[in-house]
Design a protein. Structure first.
Length: 418
Protein backbone atom coordinates (compact mmCIF):
# COMPACT_ATOMS: atom_id res chain seq x y z
CA UNK A 1 0.00 0.00 0.00
CA UNK A 2 1.49 3.36 -0.90
CA UNK A 3 1.01 6.55 1.00
CA UNK A 4 0.17 9.69 -0.90
CA UNK A 5 2.75 12.12 0.40
CA UNK A 6 3.35 15.21 -1.70
CA UNK A 7 6.75 16.83 -1.35
CA UNK A 8 6.04 20.33 -2.44
CA UNK A 9 3.16 21.22 -0.18
CA UNK A 10 5.32 23.16 2.25
CA UNK A 11 7.61 26.12 1.84
CA UNK A 12 11.15 24.91 1.35
CA UNK A 13 14.10 25.68 -0.88
CA UNK A 14 14.44 23.77 -4.15
CA UNK A 15 17.59 21.88 -5.17
CA UNK A 16 18.87 24.84 -7.22
CA UNK A 17 18.15 27.29 -4.39
CA UNK A 18 19.95 25.12 -1.82
CA UNK A 19 22.95 24.71 -4.13
CA UNK A 20 23.10 28.49 -4.58
CA UNK A 21 22.76 29.18 -0.85
CA UNK A 22 25.50 26.69 0.16
CA UNK A 23 28.24 27.12 -2.49
CA UNK A 24 30.79 25.22 -0.38
CA UNK A 25 28.59 22.12 -0.47
CA UNK A 26 29.11 19.78 -3.49
CA UNK A 27 26.12 19.92 -5.83
CA UNK A 28 26.24 16.19 -6.56
CA UNK A 29 25.89 15.33 -2.86
CA UNK A 30 22.91 17.69 -2.68
CA UNK A 31 21.44 15.83 -5.68
CA UNK A 32 22.00 12.51 -3.89
CA UNK A 33 20.22 13.75 -0.76
CA UNK A 34 17.26 15.12 -2.68
CA UNK A 35 16.89 11.91 -4.69
CA UNK A 36 16.93 9.85 -1.48
CA UNK A 37 14.53 12.27 0.20
CA UNK A 38 11.97 12.11 -2.62
CA UNK A 39 12.73 8.65 -4.03
CA UNK A 40 12.95 7.55 -7.66
CA UNK A 41 10.58 6.12 -10.20
CA UNK A 42 11.92 4.19 -13.20
CA UNK A 43 10.24 4.91 -16.53
CA UNK A 44 9.35 1.95 -18.74
CA UNK A 45 11.89 3.28 -21.23
CA UNK A 46 14.73 3.14 -18.70
CA UNK A 47 13.73 -0.30 -17.46
CA UNK A 48 13.92 -1.54 -21.04
CA UNK A 49 17.62 -0.61 -21.05
CA UNK A 50 18.44 -2.36 -17.75
CA UNK A 51 20.40 -5.56 -18.36
CA UNK A 52 20.19 -8.03 -15.47
CA UNK A 53 23.33 -9.76 -16.78
CA UNK A 54 25.32 -6.55 -16.38
CA UNK A 55 23.61 -4.38 -13.77
CA UNK A 56 23.27 -5.07 -10.05
CA UNK A 57 19.62 -5.53 -9.19
CA UNK A 58 18.09 -5.03 -5.73
CA UNK A 59 18.85 -7.97 -3.47
CA UNK A 60 17.30 -8.94 -0.13
CA UNK A 61 17.55 -6.20 2.45
CA UNK A 62 16.57 -5.63 6.08
CA UNK A 63 14.17 -2.85 5.20
CA UNK A 64 11.56 -2.33 2.51
CA UNK A 65 10.95 0.52 0.09
CA UNK A 66 8.54 3.42 -0.25
CA UNK A 67 6.40 1.58 -2.78
CA UNK A 68 6.07 -1.44 -0.42
CA UNK A 69 6.82 -3.81 -3.31
CA UNK A 70 9.59 -6.29 -4.12
CA UNK A 71 10.36 -5.88 -7.81
CA UNK A 72 13.42 -6.51 -10.01
CA UNK A 73 14.84 -2.98 -10.12
CA UNK A 74 18.41 -1.64 -10.13
CA UNK A 75 20.09 -1.43 -6.73
CA UNK A 76 21.72 1.93 -7.11
CA UNK A 77 22.60 4.87 -9.28
CA UNK A 78 26.14 6.09 -9.83
CA UNK A 79 26.90 9.77 -10.33
CA UNK A 80 29.84 11.01 -12.42
CA UNK A 81 32.02 11.74 -9.33
CA UNK A 82 31.65 8.17 -7.99
CA UNK A 83 28.85 9.07 -5.56
CA UNK A 84 26.25 6.35 -5.21
CA UNK A 85 22.55 6.76 -4.62
CA UNK A 86 20.89 3.70 -3.16
CA UNK A 87 17.47 4.06 -4.64
CA UNK A 88 14.12 3.84 -2.96
CA UNK A 89 11.50 2.97 -5.58
CA UNK A 90 8.62 5.36 -5.07
CA UNK A 91 5.15 5.56 -6.63
CA UNK A 92 4.97 8.25 -9.30
CA UNK A 93 2.12 10.01 -7.49
CA UNK A 94 4.47 10.93 -4.64
CA UNK A 95 6.53 13.27 -6.85
CA UNK A 96 9.83 11.35 -7.03
CA UNK A 97 12.72 12.00 -9.40
CA UNK A 98 12.53 9.96 -12.59
CA UNK A 99 15.18 7.60 -13.92
CA UNK A 100 14.74 7.89 -17.68
CA UNK A 101 16.67 7.53 -20.93
CA UNK A 102 17.97 10.74 -22.53
CA UNK A 103 19.91 10.47 -25.78
CA UNK A 104 20.05 6.73 -25.15
CA UNK A 105 21.76 7.17 -21.75
CA UNK A 106 20.42 6.67 -18.22
CA UNK A 107 19.52 10.02 -16.69
CA UNK A 108 17.92 11.56 -13.62
CA UNK A 109 15.19 14.00 -14.51
CA UNK A 110 12.79 16.18 -12.54
CA UNK A 111 9.77 17.93 -14.02
CA UNK A 112 11.06 17.20 -17.52
CA UNK A 113 14.46 18.76 -16.72
CA UNK A 114 17.72 16.81 -17.01
CA UNK A 115 19.45 16.74 -13.62
CA UNK A 116 22.38 14.38 -14.29
CA UNK A 117 23.40 11.55 -16.55
CA UNK A 118 23.93 8.46 -14.41
CA UNK A 119 25.17 4.91 -14.53
CA UNK A 120 24.02 1.77 -12.76
CA UNK A 121 26.19 -0.37 -10.49
CA UNK A 122 27.85 -3.32 -12.24
CA UNK A 123 26.71 -6.74 -11.01
CA UNK A 124 29.26 -8.62 -8.86
CA UNK A 125 30.31 -11.98 -10.31
CA UNK A 126 29.23 -13.99 -7.26
CA UNK A 127 25.59 -12.88 -7.73
CA UNK A 128 25.20 -15.65 -10.32
CA UNK A 129 26.34 -18.41 -7.93
CA UNK A 130 24.74 -20.55 -5.23
CA UNK A 131 26.16 -21.90 -1.97
CA UNK A 132 26.73 -25.67 -1.59
CA UNK A 133 23.44 -25.72 0.35
CA UNK A 134 21.63 -24.25 -2.68
CA UNK A 135 21.00 -20.64 -1.56
CA UNK A 136 21.66 -17.86 -4.11
CA UNK A 137 24.75 -16.05 -2.87
CA UNK A 138 23.01 -12.72 -3.52
CA UNK A 139 20.61 -13.74 -0.71
CA UNK A 140 23.55 -14.26 1.66
CA UNK A 141 25.64 -11.14 0.99
CA UNK A 142 24.51 -8.04 -0.85
CA UNK A 143 27.06 -5.78 -2.47
CA UNK A 144 27.64 -2.11 -1.74
CA UNK A 145 30.24 -0.21 -3.76
CA UNK A 146 33.21 -2.00 -2.15
CA UNK A 147 31.56 -3.75 0.78
CA UNK A 148 29.74 -6.99 1.42
CA UNK A 149 26.62 -6.57 3.54
CA UNK A 150 25.53 -9.59 5.56
CA UNK A 151 22.17 -9.52 7.30
CA UNK A 152 22.53 -12.55 9.49
CA UNK A 153 19.00 -12.48 10.84
CA UNK A 154 16.06 -10.30 10.00
CA UNK A 155 13.91 -10.27 13.09
CA UNK A 156 14.08 -7.68 15.85
CA UNK A 157 12.92 -8.49 19.39
CA UNK A 158 11.88 -4.88 20.02
CA UNK A 159 8.92 -5.59 17.74
CA UNK A 160 7.63 -8.33 20.03
CA UNK A 161 6.33 -5.73 22.49
CA UNK A 162 5.33 -3.26 19.79
CA UNK A 163 8.43 -1.27 20.70
CA UNK A 164 10.15 -1.31 17.32
CA UNK A 165 11.75 1.93 16.18
CA UNK A 166 8.97 4.01 14.66
CA UNK A 167 10.63 4.44 11.24
CA UNK A 168 11.45 0.72 10.90
CA UNK A 169 9.65 -1.90 8.80
CA UNK A 170 12.01 -4.85 9.39
CA UNK A 171 9.38 -7.38 10.45
CA UNK A 172 6.74 -6.52 7.85
CA UNK A 173 9.40 -6.50 5.14
CA UNK A 174 11.00 -9.77 6.33
CA UNK A 175 7.68 -11.54 6.17
CA UNK A 176 7.04 -10.20 2.66
CA UNK A 177 10.56 -11.13 1.54
CA UNK A 178 10.26 -14.66 2.93
CA UNK A 179 6.84 -15.23 1.35
CA UNK A 180 7.62 -13.71 -2.06
CA UNK A 181 11.32 -14.46 -2.59
CA UNK A 182 12.12 -17.27 -0.13
CA UNK A 183 14.90 -15.37 1.66
CA UNK A 184 16.00 -17.21 4.84
CA UNK A 185 15.35 -15.27 8.06
CA UNK A 186 18.62 -16.51 9.58
CA UNK A 187 21.88 -17.25 7.75
CA UNK A 188 24.09 -20.27 8.42
CA UNK A 189 27.74 -19.30 9.13
CA UNK A 190 28.92 -21.89 6.56
CA UNK A 191 26.88 -20.21 3.81
CA UNK A 192 28.26 -16.80 4.79
CA UNK A 193 31.87 -18.02 4.79
CA UNK A 194 31.46 -19.69 1.40
CA UNK A 195 29.86 -16.59 -0.12
CA UNK A 196 32.58 -14.27 1.20
CA UNK A 197 35.24 -16.61 -0.22
CA UNK A 198 33.58 -16.50 -3.64
CA UNK A 199 33.04 -12.71 -3.60
CA UNK A 200 36.69 -12.03 -2.73
CA UNK A 201 37.79 -13.77 -5.94
CA UNK A 202 36.74 -10.67 -7.90
CA UNK A 203 39.93 -8.57 -7.95
CA UNK A 204 39.71 -5.24 -6.12
CA UNK A 205 35.96 -5.15 -5.77
CA UNK A 206 35.47 -5.62 -2.02
CA UNK A 207 37.46 -4.04 0.79
CA UNK A 208 35.17 -4.39 3.79
CA UNK A 209 32.56 -6.72 5.28
CA UNK A 210 29.59 -5.40 7.26
CA UNK A 211 27.30 -7.45 9.47
CA UNK A 212 24.00 -6.24 10.83
CA UNK A 213 20.65 -7.62 12.00
CA UNK A 214 17.77 -6.85 14.35
CA UNK A 215 18.28 -6.77 18.12
CA UNK A 216 18.15 -10.03 20.11
CA UNK A 217 17.30 -9.45 23.77
CA UNK A 218 17.85 -13.03 24.98
CA UNK A 219 20.76 -14.42 26.99
CA UNK A 220 22.08 -14.43 30.53
CA UNK A 221 22.69 -10.72 30.10
CA UNK A 222 20.79 -8.52 27.64
CA UNK A 223 22.08 -9.08 24.04
CA UNK A 224 24.27 -12.11 24.97
CA UNK A 225 22.64 -14.29 22.31
CA UNK A 226 23.00 -11.55 19.70
CA UNK A 227 26.73 -11.33 20.46
CA UNK A 228 27.01 -15.14 20.25
CA UNK A 229 25.45 -15.10 16.75
CA UNK A 230 27.83 -12.41 15.54
CA UNK A 231 30.90 -14.16 16.97
CA UNK A 232 29.93 -17.41 15.28
CA UNK A 233 29.49 -15.68 11.90
CA UNK A 234 32.59 -13.50 12.17
CA UNK A 235 34.72 -16.53 13.06
CA UNK A 236 33.38 -18.35 10.00
CA UNK A 237 34.21 -15.33 7.79
CA UNK A 238 37.67 -15.16 9.38
CA UNK A 239 38.51 -18.60 7.94
CA UNK A 240 39.01 -16.79 4.63
CA UNK A 241 41.81 -14.55 5.92
CA UNK A 242 45.43 -15.23 6.81
CA UNK A 243 45.49 -12.44 9.42
CA UNK A 244 43.48 -12.40 12.63
CA UNK A 245 41.86 -9.04 11.85
CA UNK A 246 40.09 -8.21 8.57
CA UNK A 247 38.42 -4.92 7.50
CA UNK A 248 34.94 -5.17 8.95
CA UNK A 249 32.06 -3.39 10.60
CA UNK A 250 29.40 -4.68 12.94
CA UNK A 251 26.22 -2.63 13.31
CA UNK A 252 24.62 -4.10 16.41
CA UNK A 253 22.89 -3.29 19.68
CA UNK A 254 24.63 -1.35 22.46
CA UNK A 255 26.76 -3.97 24.21
CA UNK A 256 28.31 -3.94 27.64
CA UNK A 257 32.10 -3.94 28.16
CA UNK A 258 32.31 -7.71 28.51
CA UNK A 259 30.42 -8.27 25.27
CA UNK A 260 32.50 -5.68 23.40
CA UNK A 261 35.73 -7.28 24.64
CA UNK A 262 34.50 -10.72 23.52
CA UNK A 263 33.79 -9.40 20.03
CA UNK A 264 37.18 -7.75 19.76
CA UNK A 265 39.22 -10.62 21.18
CA UNK A 266 37.42 -13.59 19.64
CA UNK A 267 36.89 -12.29 16.09
CA UNK A 268 38.60 -10.31 13.33
CA UNK A 269 36.23 -7.36 13.78
CA UNK A 270 37.85 -3.93 13.30
CA UNK A 271 34.99 -1.45 13.82
CA UNK A 272 31.77 -1.24 15.79
CA UNK A 273 28.64 0.82 15.18
CA UNK A 274 25.54 1.03 17.33
CA UNK A 275 22.79 3.31 16.13
CA UNK A 276 21.20 5.88 18.41
CA UNK A 277 18.98 6.86 15.43
CA UNK A 278 18.31 10.34 16.91
CA UNK A 279 20.53 12.50 19.13
CA UNK A 280 18.17 13.74 21.79
CA UNK A 281 16.78 12.05 24.90
CA UNK A 282 13.14 12.97 24.30
CA UNK A 283 13.23 12.17 20.59
CA UNK A 284 14.94 8.85 21.39
CA UNK A 285 12.20 7.87 23.84
CA UNK A 286 9.53 8.62 21.23
CA UNK A 287 11.24 7.25 18.13
CA UNK A 288 12.97 4.21 19.69
CA UNK A 289 10.73 2.95 22.52
CA UNK A 290 12.44 -0.47 22.65
CA UNK A 291 15.96 0.89 22.89
CA UNK A 292 14.71 3.44 25.39
CA UNK A 293 13.14 0.80 27.65
CA UNK A 294 15.98 -1.73 27.61
CA UNK A 295 19.07 0.49 27.57
CA UNK A 296 18.03 4.17 27.58
CA UNK A 297 19.52 7.13 25.75
CA UNK A 298 22.37 7.85 28.15
CA UNK A 299 23.09 4.14 28.62
CA UNK A 300 23.35 3.73 24.82
CA UNK A 301 25.75 6.67 24.58
CA UNK A 302 27.84 5.37 27.47
CA UNK A 303 28.25 1.98 25.77
CA UNK A 304 29.46 3.67 22.58
CA UNK A 305 32.15 5.44 24.59
CA UNK A 306 33.16 2.16 26.25
CA UNK A 307 33.61 0.72 22.76
CA UNK A 308 36.20 3.42 21.94
CA UNK A 309 38.47 2.00 24.67
CA UNK A 310 38.35 -1.36 22.89
CA UNK A 311 38.16 -0.56 19.16
CA UNK A 312 39.95 2.81 19.21
CA UNK A 313 39.04 6.39 18.25
CA UNK A 314 37.45 6.61 14.82
CA UNK A 315 36.57 2.91 14.77
CA UNK A 316 33.31 3.38 16.66
CA UNK A 317 30.26 5.01 15.17
CA UNK A 318 26.60 5.69 15.59
CA UNK A 319 23.99 6.13 12.87
CA UNK A 320 21.02 8.48 12.66
CA UNK A 321 17.83 8.11 10.67
CA UNK A 322 17.85 11.82 10.07
CA UNK A 323 14.53 13.58 9.98
CA UNK A 324 12.73 11.26 12.39
CA UNK A 325 13.60 13.70 15.19
CA UNK A 326 11.18 16.03 13.41
CA UNK A 327 8.36 13.51 13.08
CA UNK A 328 5.08 14.87 14.37
CA UNK A 329 5.08 13.19 17.77
CA UNK A 330 8.67 14.06 18.38
CA UNK A 331 10.69 16.56 20.27
CA UNK A 332 11.44 19.55 18.06
CA UNK A 333 9.24 22.33 16.81
CA UNK A 334 11.63 23.52 14.11
CA UNK A 335 14.45 22.25 11.92
CA UNK A 336 16.80 24.90 13.36
CA UNK A 337 16.28 23.58 16.89
CA UNK A 338 16.68 19.96 15.80
CA UNK A 339 19.88 20.72 13.88
CA UNK A 340 21.48 22.61 16.77
CA UNK A 341 20.61 19.88 19.30
CA UNK A 342 21.76 17.07 17.01
CA UNK A 343 25.12 18.68 16.22
CA UNK A 344 25.73 19.50 19.91
CA UNK A 345 25.24 15.85 20.84
CA UNK A 346 27.32 14.68 17.89
CA UNK A 347 30.11 16.95 19.11
CA UNK A 348 29.91 15.47 22.60
CA UNK A 349 30.32 12.01 21.05
CA UNK A 350 33.10 13.15 18.69
CA UNK A 351 35.11 14.55 21.62
CA UNK A 352 34.97 11.06 23.10
CA UNK A 353 36.04 9.35 19.86
CA UNK A 354 32.64 8.28 18.47
CA UNK A 355 31.78 9.33 14.92
CA UNK A 356 28.21 10.04 13.73
CA UNK A 357 26.79 9.34 10.26
CA UNK A 358 23.25 9.66 8.99
CA UNK A 359 20.94 8.18 6.41
CA UNK A 360 18.02 10.10 4.92
CA UNK A 361 14.80 8.92 6.53
CA UNK A 362 12.36 7.32 4.09
CA UNK A 363 8.82 7.00 5.53
CA UNK A 364 7.90 3.45 4.51
CA UNK A 365 4.42 1.94 4.34
CA UNK A 366 5.35 -0.94 6.70
CA UNK A 367 6.48 1.40 9.49
CA UNK A 368 4.63 3.25 12.26
CA UNK A 369 5.70 6.61 10.75
CA UNK A 370 4.35 5.65 7.32
CA UNK A 371 2.24 8.75 6.74
CA UNK A 372 4.77 11.36 7.78
CA UNK A 373 7.18 13.52 5.85
CA UNK A 374 10.96 13.70 6.10
CA UNK A 375 12.96 16.90 6.49
CA UNK A 376 13.84 19.60 3.97
CA UNK A 377 16.83 19.35 1.65
CA UNK A 378 18.36 22.36 3.40
CA UNK A 379 18.20 20.55 6.75
CA UNK A 380 19.97 17.48 5.36
CA UNK A 381 22.65 19.57 3.65
CA UNK A 382 23.42 21.44 6.88
CA UNK A 383 23.48 18.19 8.84
CA UNK A 384 25.88 16.52 6.39
CA UNK A 385 28.22 19.52 6.48
CA UNK A 386 28.00 19.75 10.29
CA UNK A 387 28.83 16.07 10.87
CA UNK A 388 31.68 16.21 8.38
CA UNK A 389 33.10 19.34 10.02
CA UNK A 390 33.02 17.60 13.43
CA UNK A 391 35.01 14.66 12.05
CA UNK A 392 37.58 17.09 10.68
CA UNK A 393 37.73 19.07 13.95
CA UNK A 394 38.26 15.98 16.11
CA UNK A 395 40.46 14.04 13.68
CA UNK A 396 38.05 11.14 13.30
CA UNK A 397 38.31 8.91 10.25
CA UNK A 398 35.30 7.18 8.74
CA UNK A 399 36.98 4.84 6.25
CA UNK A 400 34.84 1.90 7.36
CA UNK A 401 31.64 3.77 6.45
CA UNK A 402 32.57 6.12 3.60
CA UNK A 403 31.43 6.48 -0.01
CA UNK A 404 33.50 3.50 -1.15
CA UNK A 405 32.42 1.15 1.60
CA UNK A 406 28.80 2.04 2.39
CA UNK A 407 27.74 4.78 0.01
CA UNK A 408 24.59 5.59 1.94
CA UNK A 409 25.72 8.52 4.14
CA UNK A 410 25.76 12.02 2.59
CA UNK A 411 27.99 13.26 5.41
CA UNK A 412 30.70 10.62 4.92
CA UNK A 413 30.56 11.24 1.15
CA UNK A 414 32.27 14.50 2.09
CA UNK A 415 35.30 12.67 3.55
CA UNK A 416 36.73 12.80 0.02
CA UNK A 417 37.26 16.53 0.55
CA UNK A 418 39.79 16.10 3.40
S1 LIG B 1 16.64 -1.84 16.53
FE1 LIG B 1 15.06 -0.48 15.72
S2 LIG B 1 15.74 -0.01 13.61
FE2 LIG B 1 16.93 -1.79 14.28
S3 LIG B 1 15.76 -3.53 13.51
FE3 LIG B 1 15.06 -3.18 15.63
S4 LIG B 1 13.28 -1.84 15.46
FE4 LIG B 1 14.36 -1.79 13.47
Amino acid sequence: MSVAVKWRIREELSLDEVVEKYPRFPRLIAVKIDVQRRGVHYTERSLGAVDEKVHQMRSPYLFGSRDGAIKPLPESLLLRDGTTILTDPTPQGQDPYLVDLVDGKFALTDGGKLIEFIDLWPKPKYYDKKTSSGIPMSHVASARPQRLNIFQSSYCHFWAEDRGCRFCDIVTHTKQQKDEVGVPTRLRPEDVSETVREALKEPGRFTNICLTAGSVLKGEELFDREVDFYIETLQAIGENFATKKFPSQLIGSAYNERQLARLYEQTGLTSYTSDLEVLDQRAFDLVCPGKSKWVGYHGWKERLVWAVDIFGRGNVGTGLVAGTELAQLSAFASEDNALAATLAEAEDLAEKGVTTVYIVWVPRPGSYFRDQQNASLEYYVQLAQGLHDLRAKYGLGVDFDDYRRCGNHPDSDLSRLL
